[in-house]
Design a protein around this ligand. Sequence first.
Ligand SMILES: [Zn+2]
Length: 287
Amino acid sequence: MAEAKIGIIGGSGLYGIDGMRDVQEANIKTPFGEPSDTIHIGTLEGVRIAFLPRHARGHKINPTNIQARANIWALKSLGVEKIISVSAVGSLKEEIKPGDLVIPDQIIDRTKGRIDTFFTSGIVVHVSMAEPYCAELSKIMLGASHKTSIAVHMGGTYIAMEGPQFSTKAESNLYRSWGASVIGMTALPEAKLTREAEMCYTALCFATDYDCWRENTEAVTAEMILMTLRQNVETSKQILKYAVSNLSGERKCSCNAALRYAIATAPNSINLNTKKQYSLLIDKYVK
Ligand SMILES: [Zn+2]
């Protein structure tokens, strides 16, 4: 089976990575259904990477219906340790202009009833989400983004909303009053699931617009938003290309031990079926 340690999840507009060589296609079935699309595993800058477009090629899956558990499980089963999530977001701050990049460090959950854990039965697991993103991985992405001309904002809170509709003005202003930086529909449950899978997770969030809070002085057209989105996609490809060669090293962060003290169920109370079902995630702790 194909293998890669680095996984890239593409968002709106990013359905492929240019310049990948020796591409293998993986159609993976997981206990949680099928991932959003075929995963392409190929070599970029000498490093094997796995690419998965979260809305499927052609943008067919809305945020609520993304099988995030299948996506993360499939990447984990390929050996992926580090995930870079690329997405389009709305800006909640004046200084984050359309076309800017935000590498967030916090998330507020405003999704509704998405299944956000692998561990739904037979075992209880409480991972820490105090720091939802991997600081080490984010630092590498910051370094790579500095090699492009994009304006980067390091840190900031991502509001994960349900959608598919965008916010009302009242909601948008509420989130601004919370000090949030950007708003999108896909950081959760991805961040929680990657933590449960002991993977490093970081995000490249490209602002396409000012959400709806800002009283515009200039007219913003759909065409302008689309142009920003296209430009962002090109920049994201450049950043990923610059970053991958720095991503192949061993991990020094604690993401790899996220389950160490998180499994609340006594080992002898976890039955054989549960052990089998979750062996990809818990094998090193529960024999
Ligand atoms: Zn990490």
